[in-house]
Design a protein around this ligand. Structure first.
Ligand code: PEP
Ligand code: MN
Length: 271
């Protein structure tokens, strides 16, 4: 791969990123929570539910990059405060998206992991800005991007001095319309060949279909992914964003129960 210096595997050991005691890249990590932070009640109930089911980190968007300017854009600072409170009360580190370079420094004061969404993967000034913080970054693959373009974006963050980059495959655009995107699971072993960085799978945005989230989560574990990021809402029918693809707490609990023995089995396999 051209121009990669810090992201390439070569003889480097695999990167393990410590997020408040959660070892991403060593242990299988599940990040769960609603698409967006909507209210105190919604955030607290969803956070308690994912914690009870065994999630390792809590997600929630306070800045939503929406296709329409008229769609719910997120609660901003108020949302971050609610997310931070839910994180504190459950003891879960929090993951949240930042969409504007001007917001990075203050959002980093709340977030344990800064998420760069698919639409901003090649927002180079945003990448440089998160590269200058000490916060771990969850870098989603651009929906129209090759692995090489994606890894070059990781390189932007690494070259600014931030070694804590977690890659996230969230599906790419193909001609298929039945699924919201097409989950490129081959990205997992390919990324493991090419780089030392951890990679997690987003079965929610890649499929956009409730029925496909559990089987693709299982497939992600089998493919060797380092974790999952899954949308869970305490009352999906009331969600202001991505309602059709949010798991209920019961569905998420059931999925976690299926993933646990599979993770143990995978741990026992030789590399
Ligand atoms: C999200 O995770 O909230 C999100 C907007 O995802 P993506 O950037 O992958 O569409
Ligand atoms: Mn979403």
């Amino acid at each position: 791969m051209k121009n990669l210096r810090l992201a390439v595997r070569e003889s480097r050991p695999r990167t393990v990123i410590d997020v408040c005691g959660v070892a991403v890249g060593r242990d299988f990590v599940v990040i769960a929570g609603p698409c967006s932070v909507e209210s105190e009640e919604q955030m607290m109930a969803s956070a308690r539910a994912v914690k009870a089911a065994g999630a390792d980190m809590l997600r929630g968007g306070a800045f939503k990059p929406r296709t329409s300017p008229y769609a719910f854009q997120g609660l901003g600072l108020r949302g971050l405060k609610l997310l931070a409170r839910a994180g504190r009360e459950t003891g879960l580190p929090i993951v949240t998206e930042v969409i504007d370079p001007r917001d990075v420094s203050w959002v980093a004061e709340f977030a344990d992991v800064l998420q760069i969404g698919t639409r901003n993967m090649q927002n180079f000034s945003l990448l440089k800005e998160v590269g200058r913080t000490g916060r771990p970054v969850l870098l989603k693959r651009g929906m129209y991007s090759t692995l090489e373009e994606w890894l070059n974006c990781a390189e932007y963050i690494l070259s600014e001095g931030n070694p804590n980059v977690i890659l996230c495959e969230r599906g790419i655009r193909t001609f298929e319309r039945y699924t919201r995107n097409t989950l490129d699971l081959s990205a997992v072993p390919a990324i493991k060949e090419l780089t030392h960085l951890p990679i997690i799978i987003d079965p929610t945005h890649s499929t956009g279909r409730l029925s496909l989230i559990p089987p693709m989560s299982v497939a992600a574990v089998a493919a060797g992914a380092d974790g999952l990021i899954i949308e869970v809402h305490h009352r999906p029918e009331e969600a202001l964003c991505d309602a059709a693809q949010a798991l209920t707490p019961a569905m998420f609990t059931d999925l976690m129960g299926r993933l646990r023995p599979l993770c143990n089995f995978m741990d026992g396999l030789p590399e």
